[in-house]
Design a protein around this ligand. Structure first.
Ligand SMILES: Nc1ncnc2c1ncn2[C@@H]1O[C@H](COP(=O)(O)OP(=O)(O)OP(=O)(O)O)[C@@H](O)[C@H]1O
Length: 318
């Protein structure tokens, strides 16, 4: 199936000379939830704003549902809903007139039934006649989503949807986003929160200093994360791996003072019992042992802080 968004060698240098995006290649598949993770200033908003026509691209190209975002801007933009980071809404308007107006901006004919469905889905229906200024911060955020959905876009960008949002509303937003996906909308969200990406996304992309340094299926990433390590501090150091232990996922570490066993924490059979038995038979004693696990957070931090040479690109063709 053709990707709904196709980004090819997209670069952006701001007038200040700052290179915010460096040759980004990324395909977003129809119907997926894609989370773009990255620290402050990594280029997430720049990327979204280019796709939405708010920032002009440098070199490269982007298509949204087959429409070039520059050459065929209006058609491309009509496919896209954007929920921006900032809460800027027309304070004196009612919820209903705000979403109706947004729909009109895209030249879409009136469709009260559709807008009602959106407002109900966002638990805003009973607030439809309220002025925006009277709503809570969480409700205002929902209005922004309703506005973004008002013209029936197939693609929804959420730029840090849960920044400054309490835990309960965050969970509501996650549920809502999943529901939207079920209704066929492709969702791209940016976030600082690893937990958010972990909970919501089908795929995760990590952007650092304008470069997309990793794009991975969340399930694959989680499987990698499922790897645990058991470190055994040895009584007597080993000079080399005993041949009887060859073939196991074991490494000698700390100058022969420790054995490190890697195993999949998500399977029932970790092999630890057999390993310990074997070590006993070989007379290899240990004085201490501990296990550790790499979290998505750790992977993220190590990728984001590593120098370019330390992070070979692991982009996956989608
Ligand atoms: N109009 C502009 N002119 C010059 N530099 C800019 C402009 N807009 C953004 N930048 C710079 O480009 C870089 C990327 O900014 P961007 O807003 O895309 O990052 P981000 O990943 O969305 O960050 P955050 O998580 O803080 O929102 C930053 O260093 C920012 O200062």
């Amino acid at each position: 199936m053709q990707p709904i968004i196709s980004i090819k060698q997209l670069s952006k240098t701001y007038a200040s000379g700052f290179e915010a995006l460096k040759s980004i290649d990324l395909d977003i598949q129809r119907g997926e939830i894609f989370a773009l993770l990255g620290p402050n200033g990594a280029g997430k908003t720049t990327l979204i704003n280019i796709i939405c026509g708010i920032v002009t691209p440098g070199s490269g190209s982007v298509t949204a549902d087959g429409h070039d975002i520059v050459l065929d801007f209006r058609a491309a933009r009509a496919k896209i809903g954007l929920v921006p980071q900032e809460l800027s809404t027309d304070a004196f308007e009612t919820v209903w007139s705000t979403v109706s107006f947004s729909r009109g901006l895209f030249g879409k004919p009136d469709n009260p039934a559709y807008l009602e469905k959106v407002l109900r889905q966002l638990s805003l229906w009973d607030k439809k006649d309220s002025k925006i200024m009277t709503l809570s911060g969480g409700m205002k955020r929902r209005v922004l989503i309703a506005k973004a959905l008002s013209h029936e876009p197939q693609i929804l960008f959420l730029d840090e949807p849960t920044a400054g949002v309490d835990v309960e509303l965050r969970r509501d937003m996650w549920d809502m986003v999943r529901e939207l996906r079920t209704s066929g909308v492709t969702i791209i969200l940016t976030t600082h929160y690893i937990e958010e990406a972990e909970q919501m996304a089908d795929r995760i992309g990590i952007i650092r200093k304008g470069e997309l340094i990793l794009v991975e299926d969340k399930a694959v990433l989680m499987r990698k994360l499922g790897k645990k390590q058991l470190t055994l501090q040895l009584q007597t150091s080993l000079h080399q791996m005993p041949p009887a232990l060859a073939g196991l996922s074991l490494e000698l570490a700390q100058g022969g003072h420790a054995l490190v066993y890697s195993f999949d924490a998500q399977t029932e059979e970790t092999g630890i019992a057999a390993l310990l038995k074997q070590l006993g038979e070989l007379g290899i004693d240990f004085k201490d042992l501990h296990s550790s696990e790499r979290s998505l957070e750790e992977i993220f931090v190590s990728l984001v802080h590593a120098g370019p040479s330390a992070t070979p690109p692991q982009k996956e063709a989608a």
